[in-house]
Design a protein around this ligand. Structure first.
Ligand SMILES: Nc1ncnc2c1ncn2[C@@H]1O[C@H](COP(=O)(O)OP(=O)(O)OP(=O)(O)O)[C@@H](O)[C@H]1O
Length: 332
C-alpha cells in the first residue's frame, strides 16, 4: 500500500444551516487514482475545495504531505484543481490559458499540452468564453494532465464531452499516469465508464463518508440478492446480513448486501429461489445513495469559489479563502 498524500480529520463544512461535509476523516493514498463518488450535493466539490485551500473548514483539519495547505504555499503549489465551472479571464484564448498554466505549474509538459490540444480539437482562435461546454471541459483536461501536478483534482471533467473525447480523456489519463504516477482524485457520476480507471473510491452521501476502499475489495465484498420479497427479507433477517439498500417492487425484493456468503448459505439462498448476482460499482454507489431525503442536499448549487490557489485559472475571487495564483496576473 502506498503512503498517505492527504489526511482529513473530522472535517466539517457548513453553509448557513447546510452541512456540506460532516466529520470526514480520510487518508487518501499517494500515487493512486481515487474516485470521489456520490449523489448530487453529497459534498465532493466541497471536499476538494477544502483540501486545495480554496475554502475553509468549519471544523476539523486537512493535512497534505503532513502539513496544513493553508499555512504552506509550497504545498498548494503542488496541487492542481480542475473544476467543472472553471472560469477564465474575458480576453483569454487557448494560448493564454496554456501560457499561464506553463508559468504556474513547475512540471508543465508543453509537449503533452500540444498533443492533447490536437487530439481534442480545441480551437485556437476564439476566446475561451466562446468555447462550447465540451471544449471547455477538454481545455480543463489538457491543463490538468499537462500540469503534471503531484496532486491533481478533476471535478466532473467530462461535462459536455462527446463519447470520442471521453475515451481520449480516459486513455490519456491512464497513459500519463502510467508514465508519471501521481495522486489523482476525480469526481464522477459516469461510474460505469470510469470504474476501470479507479484503484480506490471514496463514496460520500449527505456529507459523510459511507465507503472508502480499494475498488477490487469493494467489488468482492458486496453482492445483490433478489427473489420473492418475503424470502429476501427473511433470509436477510435470519442471517443478520448487513444491507446497503433493500427494495421491494411488486412482489420482487432486492437487497444489496455487504459481506461474503458461505457455500452453505449460498446453497440455502438457491434453495429458496433467491438469485445472487455481482453488483457494479455504479449500482453500489446508487445503493449507498438510496435513503430518505433529509433536506440536507438543498441550497446553493456548488461552491462558488472559482479555481484559484493552484488551478490554472480564475477570474472569480468572491469566495476564496486561500492564496491564489491567477492567470490574469501571470499571463498576458
Ligand atoms: N457556497 C455555498 N453556499 C451554500 N451552500 C453550499 C455552498 N457550496 C456547497 N453548498 C452546499 O453543500 C452541499 C454539497 O455541495 P457540493 O457542491 O460539495 O456537492 P457535490 O457532491 O459536488 O455535488 P454535484 O455532484 O452535484 O456536483 C450542497 O447541499 C450544496 O448546496
Amino acid at each position: 500500500m502506498t503512503a498517505i498524500a492527504i489526511e482529513t480529520r473530522g472535517l466539517t463544512r457548513s453553509f448557513r444551516g447546510t452541512v456540506a461535509l460532516d466529520d470526514v476523516t480520510l487518508d487518501i493514498h499517494e500515487n493512486v487514482i481515487t474516485g470521489l463518488l456520490g449523489r448530487n450535493g453529497s459534498g465532493k466539490t466541497t471536499l476538494m475545495s477544502l483540501i486545495t485551500a480554496q475554502d475553509q473548514a468549519t471544523s476539523g483539519v486537512v493535512h497534505v504531505g503532513g502539513v496544513s495547505p493553508f499555512e504552506h504555499a509550497e504545498v498548494i503549489e503542488r496541487m492542481c484543481f480542475i473544476r467543472d465551472n472553471q472560469r477564465y479571464p474575458d480576453d483569454y484564448k487557448l494560448k493564454h490559458a496554456l501560457r499561464a498554466a506553463a508559468i504556474g505549474f513547475p512540471n508543465w509538459s508543453q509537449e503533452t499540452a500540444d498533443r492533447l490540444v490536437k487530439l481534442f480539437r480545441i480551437p485556437t482562435k476564439p476566446i475561451v468564453k466562446k468555447f462550447s461546454r465540451g471544449q471547455l471541459s477538454a481545455l480543463g483536461i489538457v491543463l490538468g494532465l499537462a500540469a503534471r501536478a503531484p496532486i491533481t483534482f478533476f471535478d466532473e471533467p467530462y461535462l459536455g464531452l462527446d463519447a470520442t473525447a471521453r475515451s481520449i480523456f480516459y486513455e490519456e489519463l491512464m497513459r500519463d499516469y502510467g508514465e508519471h504516477p501521481r495522486t489523482i482524485i476525480v469526481s464522477t457520476h459516469l461510474i460505469d465508464e470510469m470504474d476501470q480507471l479507479l484503484e480506490r473510491v471514496i463514496v460520500l452521501d449527505r456529507g459523510r463518508v459511507v465507503r472508502h476502499s480499494d475498488v477490487e475489495e469493494m467489488r468482492g465484498g458486496v453482492f445483490q440478492l433478489s427473489g420473492r420479497a418475503s424470502v429476501v427479507a427473511s433470509f436477510v433477517t435470519e442471517l443478520g446480513l448487513e444491507t446497503v439498500s433493500q427494495r421491494t417492487i411488486g412482489g420482487l425484493g432486492t437487497a444489496v448486501i455487504e459481506g461474503v456468503l458461505s457455500p452453505e448459505n449460498r446453497a440455502a439462498a438457491a434453495a429458496g429461489g433467491l438469485e445472487i448476482t455481482p453488483v457494479s460499482l455504479q449500482d453500489l454507489v446508487a445503493a449507498y445513495g438510496v435513503g430518505e431525503p433529509d433536506g440536507a442536499a438543498g441550497g446553493a448549487a456548488g461552491a462558488s469559489s472559482a479555481a484559484a490557489a493552484t488551478s490554472p485559472a480564475s477570474s472569480d475571487s468572491s469566495d476564496q479563502s486561500g492564496p491564489s495564483v491567477s492567470l490574469e496576473r501571470s499571463a498576458s
